[in-house]
Design a protein around this ligand. Structure first.
Ligand code: CDP
Length: 222
């Protein structure tokens, strides 16, 4: 067993972070938070309310709009509530995926969300996954992991998930989206995707979910 602490899982898009974070949370009876869902929630709101259109993003509208946004991540149902409305399906579309990394570069959005994430971490006993959890949100987390995997393996896995909701999605658009997000997430100025100090890097390309789970619990308990 581990004492009450914080487990941070960061890494590239679609490497299975959320699946493993959920399993660890269940195993240790911790709270699970998907920080990516929060960035997706803001992106969905920005598209839905036309703060962001094909013409571009209106930062002043977004700034104003954030004041009326209340996000709630419900770990048990794994759902995201945006002002009380369940938008869990809407935030997983390719449209949101194609715009989320742009929204995530904005310091005003990151400040807004990081504050909420740190608040959630105050009671410890939390597993959070994302891009900057071990590096920025909880630099003192007791356990930090960084997942990588070959892009084709990741696109194949994500395609299977997306196909359940939309059979017309194709492999190439999914792969293109993952690569674009990886690039934008790694190159942005604020809180870029990178291996946090003291994080353990794991290439999950050739590992099954249960193999990764065993590896993580061994590391956590060693
Ligand atoms: O699940 P997947 O790997 O597709 O990504 P996600 O965790 O849902 O995150 C979606 C996007 O949100 C990422 O590509 C990042 O642009 C952004 N994000 C971030 O900037 N910081 C985080 N802590 C989590 C997500």
């Amino acid at each position: 067993m581990i004492d009450s602490s914080i487990i941070a899982i960061d890494g590239f898009a679609s490497t299975g972070k959320s699946t493993l974070a959920k399993m660890l949370a269940k195993h240790y009876k911790y709270r699970y938070v998907d920080s990516g869902a929060m960035y997706r929630g803001i992106t969905y709101a920005a598209l839905h309310n036309k703060w962001m259109t094909s013409e571009g993003l209106e930062e002043s509208k977004l700034l104003e709009g954030l004041k009326s946004i209340n996000l709630n991540f419900e770990a048990i149902a794994n759902s995201l509530l945006l002002n009380g409305i369940n938008v869990s399906k809407e935030i997983r579309t390719l449209e949101v995926s194609n715009n989320v990394s742009k929204i995530a570069t904005l310091p005003l959005v990151r400040d807004f969300l990081v504050k909420q994430q740190r608040e959630m971490g105050k009671r410890k006993k939390i597993v959070m996954d994302g891009r900057d959890i071990g590096s920025v949100v909880f630099p003192d987390a007791a356990h930090k992991f960084f997942f990588t995997a070959h892009p084709e393996v990741r696109a194949k896995r994500r395609l299977e998930e997306l196909k359940l909701g939309d059979p017309s999605v194709d492999f190439d658009s999914v792969l293109k989206n993952l690569i674009q997000r990886d690039t934008m997430d790694s190159q942005r100025e604020v809180a870029p995707l990178k291996i946090a100090k003291n994080a353990i890097e794991i290439d999950v390309s050739d590992l099954s979910v249960s193999e990764v789970f065993t590896l993580l619990t061994e590391k956590i308990e060693s």
